[in-house]
Design a protein around this ligand. Structure first.
Ligand code: COA
Length: 251
């Protein structure tokens, strides 16, 4: 079981737990996370959702082996991201360590993000021969302006939790040993708030952006899907597993 779920004191926790592969997310894991989000949405006893990882690693992103053997049809990542974007209860992320690729992208769709002081975030899609996904090409430049977005999305530069706070991606940086408990306490605060008002307010806060985000996701998804099969991406994936630097000089 690579996704652990539990509901305690009104908070549905989704814990990514595949430390031997740095919490890389497979198709089955995306589906489990989507089911957990849908179940949380439907359960009146749940007032908020907490997404977390393992000490030192939030997630290294999509499983690169899955990228290489991509079966035809829609990626299960879409099922997860649709569930996340459609969750009308507050979603709190406790970023326990590195958050790479979709690990960083999903934070753009959470309501509260708390980052361990040891964590590094990165969106290295270009380095993998890919393109930004799940509306990050829209939201990242909107949040921080084109100049800083280009560092993160075109160069794929990693950034700290403090940088994520400054850019508007995260709420706060916390000591690694405290980040999950702090995030849980924020989630538990919704037990004392009226759930209907919280739900309607979250929906209103996202309304204007949601339509454009969904349109952007569809366009990004087409380009991303095509790029997965590109020689550039295949070279990047092979290089990752062969533990060598990719060679893009021939393209
Ligand atoms: N997909 C599949 N396997 C992954 C993975 C991923 N996204 N990330 C890590 N792994 C695997 C490694 O292949 C390795 O497997 P092995 O033990 O069978 O060789 C294992 O997890 C440990 O990873 P390793 O790279 O040795 O750990 P590290 O501590 O040196 O580095 C990371 C950790 C997260 C910095 C590094 O694994 C990494 O950069 N991962 C890929 C990130 C990425 O590009 N994600 C996709 C974004 S779109």
């Amino acid at each position: 079981m690579s996704i652990k779920t539990a509901t305690i004191n009104g908070v549905a926790t989704i814990e990514i737990a595949r430390p031997e592969k740095k919490n890389a997310i497979t198709g089955a894991m995306y589906r489990q996370m989507a089911e957990a989000l849908d179940a949380a949405k439907a359960d009146a006893a749940v007032r908020a959702v907490l997404i977390t990882g393992q000490p030192g690693i939030f997630t290294s992103g999509n499983d690169i082996e899955d990228f290489m053997q991509r079966p035809p049809g829609e990626s299960p990542a879409f099922v997860f991201m649709r569930a996340l974007m459609g969750c009308d209860k507050p979603v709190v992320a406790a970023v326990t360590g590195a958050a790479i690729g979709i690990g960083a992208t999903m934070l753009l769709h959470c309501d509260f993000v708390y980052v361990s002081d040891e964590a590094r975030l990165a969106m290295p899609f270009v380095s993998l021969g890919l393109v930004p996904e799940f509306a990050s090409s829209l939201i990242v430049p909107q949040l921080m302006g084109n100049a800083r977005a280009a560092e993160k999305l075109l160069l794929g530069d990693p950034f700290t939790g403090a940088d994520a706070v400054e850019c508007g991606i995260a709420n706060a940086v916390l000591p690694a040993s405290e980040v999950v408990n702090y995030a849980r306490r924020i989630a538990e605060r919704f037990n004392a708030l009226p759930p209907g008002a919280v739900r309607d307010s979250k929906t209103l806060m996202r309304r204007a952006r949601q339509k454009l985000a969904l349109e952007t996701i569809a366009v990004e998804g087409e380009v991303f899907g095509a790029r997965l099969c590109s020689p550039e991406a295949q070279e990047a994936f092979s290089a990752f597993f062969q533990k060598r630097k990719p060679d893009f000089s021939k393209f």
